[in-house]
Design a protein around this ligand. Structure first.
Ligand code: SER
Length: 318
């Protein structure tokens, strides 16, 4: 059957990059980009776009039915820092958006497969922080993390109860230059490149030794497409898979940038996001993803820094 893909949250940090990659693979007309805000960046290029809220279940149902949508990537969400400022909206969007999709996937319509992102934020302060296992204590202390853990439970529940083919990844902090991050705790690792190239200095809102799991966007998009392409019987985990790229601290990232921009200076002024970062893992054991659907990251710290400096430099000069 011809795939018809709907990406909700298409103008967000992951959405833009994922729509571009899916259009490249499946053809522009087979990937419908959807968001509540129009694509003001123009980055999404050619291909169908619908203005849609994931909380509007009727409009969602109509889009899926009339467009014959077979797969949904539900990316619309508030990230960790924004969620702390608006907990009720975060819960509503992050949870009911997912539930709307899972309900629609349960019925006899065209929708057959769902992707939903979880996060390292689903872990909490009582989780082992180094090489965090796939299955472990999960007591998230952030609103965002609570919504991600609950969402994982819903995904597994719909799979067990209704046979829903739902697949999910616990993304680390994502680093890319085509799209802008917004409202996340790991966003410093993107902002730092713009500041390094524009002014040669950066004040980081996390402390120097805050180690977090991170990943280059190219790796994250490849992981997303590969978990969705894998045969259903390989996807043994229906809550969400641990996924690792590279772990680093603000200080080690700054040192890697200084190898290219020797005068780059970093200072530290931790704010409320420090507490979020301190409750998350430092590094992740992703052996289940490696075994079940062949995951392997391509970007280490040096390659990531080179790619970001090149991409951001071209963007700000362009
Ligand atoms: N990158 C996200 C954030 O910082 C975590 O999933 O909110």
């Amino acid at each position: 059957m011809q795939k018809r893909i709907l990406v909700i949250g298409a103008t967000g940090q992951i959405g833009i990059e994922l729509v571009l990659a899916l259009r490249e693979k499946y053809g522009n007309e087979n990937v419908i980009a959807a968001d509540i805000r129009p694509d003001s960046t123009g980055l999404l290029g050619e291909g169908p776009f619908v203005t849609l809220s994931v909380l509007d279940k009727e409009a969602l149902e109509e889009t899926i039915r009339t467009q014959g949508v077979t797969e949904v990537y539900q990316l619309a969400a508030l990230l960790s820092a924004t969620s702390e400022k608006n907990p009720v909206l975060a819960w509503d969007l992050n949870m009911n958006g997912l539930l709307n999709i899972l309900e629609l996937a349960k019925h006899d319509g065209p929708l057959r497969k769902v992707f939903w992102p979880s996060s390292i934020a689903a872990f909490g302060p009582t989780t082992p922080r180094h090489q965090t296992p796939q299955t472990t204590v999960m007591e998230p202390s952030s609103v965002y993390g609570i919504s991600k853990l609950a969402g994982e439970r819903w995904c597994e529940y719909y799979h067990l109860k209704h046979g829903t083919d739902v697949r999910s990844i616990r993304y680390p902090g994502l680093i890319g230059f085509r799209s802008e991050p917004g409202g996340g705790t790991t966003d410093y690792a993107v902002d730092i490149f713009y500041h390094a190239l524009k002014s040669g200095s950066y004040t980081c809102f996390l402390s120097a030794e805050t180690e977090l799991p991170m990943m280059m966007m190219e790796d994250a998009i490849r992981a997303t497409i590969s978990i969705m392409d894998a045969p259903a019987e390989h996807i043994r985990i229906r809550s969400s898979y641990n996924l690792a790229g590279v772990s680093f601290t603000p200080a080690s990232l700054a040192r890697a940038i200084q190898c290219h921009i020797s005068h780059f200076a970093i200072s530290y002024q931790p704010d409320f996001r420090q507490a979020l970062a301190d409750s998350w893992p430092c590094s992740i054991d992703d052996s289940a993803a490696r075994t079940d659907w062949g995951w392997s990251p391509a970007y280490g710290l040096e390659r990531l820094v080179e790619a970001m400096l090149e991409g951001v430099r071209a963007k700000i000069s362009g």
